[in-house]
Write a protein that binds this ligand. Structure first.
Ligand code: ZN
Ligand code: ZN
Length: 330
């Protein structure tokens, strides 16, 4: 109860000052109010006191940033309150002047009585206006709180719905859309696809969809068998977890092996030779530098070739899936 009130008070403050300083303001207000009440010892009904006094903003003037004559945002004296006091002085002076003019020549006791009566009337009228203003402000606050509550409710409902969504793979309820087991399996499947692609990209004729399909099937079967085999030896309980780790290792090994294969490809060879010659032409005695640059070029070319082949394979797979096989060159 007090917690919710404190949250509401924080929400209200956050609408007036920047949200970071709202908690400190609330704590200061609580300390001030406790001081007024004579310290904690004199607060007999702490809950009621918190809800009605401790946490509540006391707006002393029409400015909604005013809390007991102190501005919530600047923490200085409230100019609104100063204006109200100045107004009061002006009102008194005006009424005095009116009474003096209206009743010129009357005795001072009568003048005093009329002045007091007119001031009283003015005060009643002003109090009515203030009440109306406060009612409007209260309605406004209520509206703001209601909006905050509605937003919270909507957020909670959305969160609940998100968490209660069944696993899209196995249908397990309350799995936030994907249960841990299926998430592991999905990640493993992805790794297997990558591992297979890395093998196919450097071994298959990427213009031959039938060969790619056959190799893919065989390679995937082999890869999965390998994962199962290694996982089984590691431990049944962690099968899903280890499966993913094993798949990751296989994928990394396939990448390294694919790159090794491409390092000795004709393209990499040609690129390395060209760079070697170029460097030597500029520095006839720089054989070591030429060799280093050639090795570098060979690695870069192998990487580039691998990316290109993986891209080609991707395009081929998409085409096959869409039923649009490429025309084989005769
Ligand atoms: Zn004020
Ligand atoms: Zn699942």
């Amino acid at each position: 109860m007090a917690g919710r009130s404190a949250l509401q008070a924080l929400d209200l403050l956050s609408g007036i000052v920047d949200p970071q300083s709202a908690p400190q303001l609330l704590a200061d207000r609580l300390a001030d109010r406790l001081g007024e009440a004579g310290g904690e010892a004199l607060v007999r009904d702490p809950m009621g006191w918190l809800l009605r006094r401790g946490l509540v903003q006391r707006q002393a003037c029409p400015d909604r940033r005013c809390d007991d004559g102190i501005r919530l945002d600047t923490r200085g004296d409230c100019p609104g309150c100063a204006a109200v006091k100045a107004d009061l002085r002006a009102v008194r002076a005006r009424i005095q002047a009116e009474v003096d003019a209206d009743l010129a020549g009357t005795g001072s006791a009568r003048l005093r009585a009329v002045y007091e009566e007119r001031l009283r009337q003015h005060t009643v009228l002003e109090a009515d206006r203030t009440r109306a203003r406060h009612a409007r402000a209260a309605a406004e606050v209520k509206g703001r709180l209601a909006a905050v509550a509605r937003r919270r409710e909507a957020e909670e409902a959305a969160e609940l719905q998100r968490r209660s969504a069944a696993c899209s793979e196995c249908g397990l309820p309350g799995a936030a859309g994907l249960c841990p087991d299926c998430a592991y399996r999905r990640r493993t499947d992805h790794l297997v696809r990558e591992a297979v692609d890395l093998a196919i990209a450097v071994r298959a004729d990427l213009d031959d969809p039938a060969q790619v399909a056959a190799l893919t099937e065989r390679c995937e079967t082999d890869t999965r068998a390998l994962i199962t085999d290694v996982s089984r030896r590691t431990g049944e309980a962690l099968a899903a977890f280890t499966g993913r780790e094993v798949a990751e290792r296989i994928r990394d090994e396939r990448r390294a092996s694919a790159l090794r294969r491409l390092l000795s490809s004709a393209e990499a060879e040609a690129e390395a030779d060209a760079v070697y010659d170029t460097v030597l032409r500029h520095r006839p005695r720089g054989r070591q530098a030429a060799q280093a640059a050639a090795d570098d070029a060979r690695r870069r070319t192998a990487q580039h070739l691998l990316e290109r082949k993986l891209g080609q394979l991707q395009v081929l797979r998409v085409r096959v899936a869409a039923g649009r096989l490429p025309q084989r060159a005769a």
